[in-house]
Design a protein around this ligand. Structure first.
Ligand code: MLT
Ligand code: MN
Length: 309
């Protein structure tokens, strides 16, 4: 199974369009130790030809154009993209669907919550449901991913809920402290190559690491995990915005309460941070925070990074 990190950044990417921080400016000016990152998405392939995207980022056009495996390969109109799996309705995870118009058939898989969002926002009809079926998948289910012609793509997906909250733009303040979030608003995926039984976990948004989650991923070859912030309060502290990581539904990397400590004793082949926010100093290859994360065994992913299981 081949896995490509199409976009390793969080919502906004790095540099974010309106961010004038030193880090964003280093990225903007091509500093090799402050590499630019597009928004959150992976691509997976089990059969050497059909690719399944995990989330569709607003940067998908650029991501396809910089990933030869995703180039059209047959006839005058073609794409190796056969399905898109959505983990939530964040802008950084669904807006790329709008770019995938132009009458290419592929299957969209999402929870009821996410498919309701697509249904309620008619602009998503540019991805014509007659050609691009929307297939519900739910928590606790294991689903074999199929192309629009019902072809077997060789991938099996298991969905599970993780601590988190509803997408920012769907928050309902009248519904109390959790803004009307339900369990399926934040999900993780276990992706298995059916033929070999090899698998990995993809959890791009997660607010905490309970024991149940540690037990679930224990023994895995590969984990892609929420790397939004380094410290919980970095955005307000740096003057970049009022929200803490917790308020956004994301656990930080560092400290006693962070993800590095939480997974320290868990057996994981490769542990990789994705969905890394422009405020996170671990993005910078010459930072102490980067050194600390790498010393703890984590890979800070970058766009185009490839993994093979
Ligand atoms: C998130 O991951 O919290 C969201 O992508 C934030 C956003 O929509 O900017
Ligand atoms: Mn996001």
């Amino acid at each position: 199974m081949e896995i490509v990190v199409l976009g390793s950044g969080a919502g906004g990417g790095f540099p974010q369009w309106n961010c004038n921080s030193q880090a964003s400016n280093r990225a903007r000016h091509g500093d090799p130790k402050a590499k630019s990152r597009t928004q959150s998405s992976l691509a997976v392939c089990a059969n050497g030809k059909d690719w399944v995207l995990l989330n569709a980022s607003p940067d998908i056009r650029h991501q396809i154009n910089t990933t030869p495996a995703l180039y059209p390969a047959e006839g005058l109109r073609h794409s190796p993209i056969s399905a898109v799996l959505l983990t939530n309705a964040d802008v950084d995870h669904v807006a790329g669907l709008l770019t995938l118009r132009e009458s290419h058939p592929f299957a969209i898989y999402g929870t009821g919550r996410v498919l309701d969002v697509l249904g309620a926002n008619s602009i998503f009809n540019v991805v014509n449901p007659d050609l691009v079926p929307r297939r519900p998948f739910g928590l606790g289910q294991t689903v074999d991913i199929r192309g629009t012609d019902d072809s077997d793509l060789g991938l099996r997906v298991e969905l599970f809920g993780v601590p988190g909250k509803v997408a920012l733009w769907l928050e309902d303040e009248s519904k109390g402290a959790n803004f009307g979030s339900v369990e399926e608003d934040t999900i993780g995926l276990r992706i298995e190559e059916i033929q070999s039984g090899k698998s990995f976990y993809y959890i791009p948004g997660c607010a905490a690491v309970p024991n149940e989650l540690k037990a679930r991923v224990n023994g895995t070859d590969l984990l892609f995990f929420d790397g939004t912030t380094w410290t919980d309060d970095e955005m307000p502290r740096m003057g970049l915005g009022p929200k803490t990581g917790k308020r956004m539904g994301h656990i930080c990397m560092s400290g006693a309460e962070g993800s590095i400590a939480a997974f320290a004793e868990v057996s994981i082949g490769k542990r990789v941070f994705v969905h890394i926010n422009n405020s996170n100093p671990a993005l910078l290859e010459d930072s102490e925070e980067r050194k600390e994360a790498e010393k703890a065994g984590w890979i800070i992913s970058e766009d185009g990074m490839e993994f093979r299981l």
